[in-house]
Write a protein that binds this ligand. Structure first.
Ligand code: GLN
Length: 474
């Protein structure tokens, strides 16, 4: 099979071809390494490449196939891991100078599950430093570009992951979402991004940013592949006390469930001024499509939405200031000046918000508002099954456009951060274009109802062709 066909397969398709011995994992892996060589100089999605590891894993899987051994879902499938997940023996930087030469002695649970099945690790994806940002411009190393237009950002903080999948440099990625970092770059790059319920997927080995919000989710080419990844990584982990031992449902077989009469809420606070009218139009036609598929569209309200960004930007820096304290001079032998501007900004803001005399006014108040935001979702899910919203108020913006103005950058998170504050699951699925840049439809569900949002996203995707359109990058 020719390389350009191989790199455009999905996880599901390549798995079938591998099982039926139509292709080998080595052939597939080589096609991806060639693709990376051809386009990554432009896209710059990878911080570290691991071709030797990849080819070694592919060879082992090919041997298994020859011997007729049972394969795991991800055996021999090439993927990329966001560089905030520790990978045993493979440099892990969090796109920060402070961890520039760090080689972890173990792998994160989500990664370990994939490696156990012998996924093919192509490398580590660029991101904002310690996942702080919305454009990947905060990486200490270089900027990743949007495969749809190289003058634009891929979103962030998982910009490398989303760009790699969109540019056919990897079949899937594992990324982290604290305030939108899986969904927003997925939306900007025209791929699928899923943020599971807080506690559904282990964060053991995910370098902590804001521990009460961090989640682990897949970035994939389509919803089916998203369900496949979640199926493997979801579940209780004794190494992460925030995971729950709730049974993991079958996310794949429920994708085809009919969605007739599913109640879809449109929160009116998500369709207000500030949203680009062209984005709103695209999202509105996606919602019309849901109605055509038999969903019942109901207007609802999440009254505390406007407080989400300010609340998020008190809680996150507070937790950041505590989590970053571990990279001190005693253990790391480095000065704090190895941190970039955004990390330093959050350490200072957080230290201030937690300091004596200010704690009640800032952190405690934010914690209370967070509860109100969570209650908004609990109330609304008594009336509707899921919510549909734009993932972001605009499409991708130009490189350099917002980096000097942190407050504007923070507003990129208006529609994604509420789900993190409430702990509920949400998915972004491609739903059209504005001026040749992708737009994402966000579907949010109640706690532990990933099944439901995947189901609706899948039905929508089946009825449209947006996930199949590819950027023209050579
Ligand atoms: N853009 C958000 C921030 O800067 C989200 C980051 C994330 O989800 N990791 O905090």
């Amino acid at each position: 099979m020719i390389d350009s066909v191989l790199v455009n397969l999905t996880v599901r398709e390549s798995r079938e071809l591998l099982k039926n011995k139509k292709i080998s994992s080595t052939e597939l892996t080589k096609a991806f390494l060639a693709r990376i060589k051809a386009v990554d100089e432009k896209v710059k999605a990878f911080v570290t490449l691991t071709p030797e590891v990849a080819l070694e894993q592919a060879k082992t899987v090919d041997k298994f196939i020859q011997e007729g051994q049972e394969l795991g879902t991800f055996s021999g499938i090439p993927g990329v891991i966001k560089d905030v997940f520790v990978t045993s023996g493979v440099r892990t930087t969090a796109s920060s100078r402070i961890l520039e030469n760090f080689e972890p002695p173990y792998s994160a649970t989500a990664v370990e599950k994939l490696l156990d099945q012998r996924m093919v690790l192509l490398g580590k994806a660029n991101c904002d430093e310690f996942a702080m940002g919305a454009s990947t411009e905060n990486s200490a190393f270089f900027k990743t570009r949007n495969p749809w237009n190289l003058d634009y950002v891929p979103g962030g903080s998982s910009g490398g992951s989303a760009a790699a999948v969109a540019a056919s440099e990897a079949l899937f990625s594992i990324a982290s979402d604290t305030g939108g970092s899986v969904r927003q770059p997925a939306s900007f790059c025209g791929v699928v991004g899923l943020k599971p319920t807080y506690g559904r997927v282990s964060r053991y080995g995910l370098i902590a940013m804001a521990s009460s919000l961090d989640t682990v989710g897949p970035i994939t080419k389509n919803v089916f592949d998203s369900a496949l990844v979640l199926q493997l990584i979801a579940g209780f982990d004794p190494n992460d006390s925030t995971t729950v031992s709730k049974e993991v449902p079958d996310y794949v077989s429920t994708l085809t469930k009919p969605i007739k009469n599913l109640k879809v809420g449109l929160p009116k606070e998500y369709f207000v001024k500030g949203i680009d009218p062209k984005v709103e139009k695209v999202v509105s036609s996606a919602i019309d499509k849901l109605a055509q598929l038999g969903a019942k569209i109901i207007e609802v309200s999440l009254p505390h939405t406007q407080y989400a960004v300010p609340t998020y930007y008190i809680i996150v820096p507070s937790e950041v200031s505590s989590n970053m304290a571990r990279y001190d001079g005693i253990r790391f032998g480095q000065k704090r000046d190895k941190f970039g501007d955004e990390v330093k900004r959050r350490i200072m803001l957080g230290t201030y918000a937690l300091s004596s005399g200010y704690y009640e006014a800032y952190y405690l108040k934010a914690a209370k508002v967070r509860t109100l935001i969570k209650k908004d979702f609990e109330e609304v899910f008594k009336k509707v099954d899921v919510l549909a919203t734009p993932t972001t108020p605009t499409t991708a913006f130009k490189l350099g456009e917002k980096i000097e103005d942190p407050l504007t950058m923070y507003l990129s998170d208006v529609f994604t951060s509420p789900a993190n504050l409430a702990g509920v699951p949400a998915i972004s699925v491609p739903c059209g274009f504005v001026d040749h840049l992708p737009v994402g439809l966000q579907i949010i569900g109640p706690h532990f109802e990933e099944e439901r949002i995947l189901n609706l996203a899948y039905q929508y995707e089946q009825a449209t062709d947006w996930s199949k359109v590819k950027p023209d990058i050579k």
